[in-house]
Design a protein around this ligand. Structure first.
Ligand SMILES: Cc1cc2nc3c(=O)[nH]c(=O)nc-3n(C[C@H](O)[C@H](O)[C@H](O)COP(=O)(O)OP(=O)(O)OC[C@H]3O[C@@H](n4cnc5c(N)ncnc54)[C@H](O)[C@@H]3O)c2cc1C
Length: 320
């Protein structure tokens, strides 16, 4: 089956979603396709049994650059987005925004305004004379005059390498940290501040995110343990069991409120592309106008959720 659209956006993370909301003003037929089960990309919440974990971005950090592209408006329209102060291990207070009941719900108000096909992984993009042919893993084929790719830089490079090789030299300069998160579910609640930062003696664990506050309907406690970027990179190839065991032994030694016997659910997630450590060079172009191709994503602007949002708005203006 071949579906034809005016603009195809690859990726339903916040950059793809903001691009789609902007593009609707100019294009009749806009479609997002994404390989994941849910939209949101790295802004995600995982449900395991009765537990809920924000194991991607735990809260919204705004960009250090004020671009005024509607992000404040987007956030202010959602009354479940609340300001919050996190105390860091450096003893500074960061002001962030929290989404209730979980991060993924950030998009609830918008999803019905956009056409999205989830569980659709793009395998190959081919440029024909006047349009692109996009082949996906579920045997679907899309035809589109213009495309915007919002996957993390290495995945974007892989997708566009045949259609716009000149853009690769810049894209390949963008870098991400790797991050391992461990999700624990307890059969009883514990008393812990919402977010505690600490470094254990191995330099491993860098934060504990107590998810309980977020969902008053959950009886049990959920905890996200985030490993430091350095530790994650070094131990990325360890097995999930080894990583979970390291976390369990560290937190049970450090906090006597955690009893291993009370842990009823464990899960480990490895983020190959977590947060941007080096963005696209400022002189790099995010569109190939001649080819009707655009790229967006946090890595084109900066490391925060707001940067990702802004990148989606900007690329649409440039590809028109
Ligand atoms: C553990 C962690 C903690 C973080 N903490 C914070 C924080 O505290 N504050 C903050 O501001 N930011 C934080 N971030 C970063 C933030 O999550 C990102 O900046 C933002 O979500 C990036 O959005 P995006 O749309 O650019 O990319 P993504 O969310 O990665 O979206 C890209 C989408 O492309 C899809 N895709 C990739 N390849 C294909 C393909 N071949 N076919 C179809 N679809 C494809 C993916 O499924 C994905 O949904 C954190 C990230 C992680 C992982």
């Amino acid at each position: 089956m071949i579906q034809e659209v005016d603009l195809l956006i690859i990726g339903s993370g916040i950059s793809g979603l903001s691009a789609a909301l902007e593009a609707k003003k100019y294009f009749k037929n806009v479609l997002i396709i994404d390989k994941g089960y849910h939209s949101g990309g790295r802004i995600c919440s995982k449900k395991i049994n009765s537990f809920c974990f924000n194991h991607g971005a735990p809260y919204i950090n705004k960009s250090s650059k004020r671009l005024n592209l509607g992000f404040s408006n987007f956030i202010n329209k959602i009354d479940r987005v609340v300001p919050f102060k996190v105390s860091s291990y450096k003893k500074t207070n960061n002001s962030v925004l929290l989404v209730n009941p979980n991060m993924r719900s950030l998009f609830n108000e918008h999803l019905n305004k956009i056409n999205i096909n989830q569980k659709t992984k793009v395998l190959h993009i081919k440029k024909q004379v006047n349009y692109y042919q996009i082949k996906c893993d579920n045997n679907r084929i899309y035809k589109s005059k213009k495309i915007i790719v919002t996957a993390p830089a290495p995945q974007t490079a892989d997708l566009i390498k045949d259609v716009s090789p000149a853009m690769l030299k810049y894209i390949n300069r963008a870098n991400f940290s790797q991050c391992i998160t461990v999700l624990l579910g307890f059969n009883q609640s514990f008393d812990l501040p919402l977010n505690s930062y600490f470094y254990d003696e191995t330099g491993g664990i860098c934060s504990l995110l107590n998810e309980n506050h977020n969902n008053k309907y959950l009886k049990n406690s959920s905890l996200v343990i985030r490993m430091s970027d350095k530790w994650s990179q070094f131990h990325f190839n360890k097995t999930n069991d080894e990583i979970i065991n390291h976390c369990l032994s560290t937190i049970s030694k450090k906090f006597n409120i955690f009893k291993i016997n009370n842990i009823v659910s464990t899960y480990c997630h490895k983020w190959r592309y977590s947060q941007v450590t080096k963005k696209l060079p400022a002189n790099a172009s995010i569109v190939n106008k001649e080819k009707n191709l655009g790229i967006a994503g946090d890595w084109t602007l900066g490391p925060t959720i707001e940067d990702a949002y802004n990148s989606g708005k900007i690329v649409v203006q440039k590809i028109l």
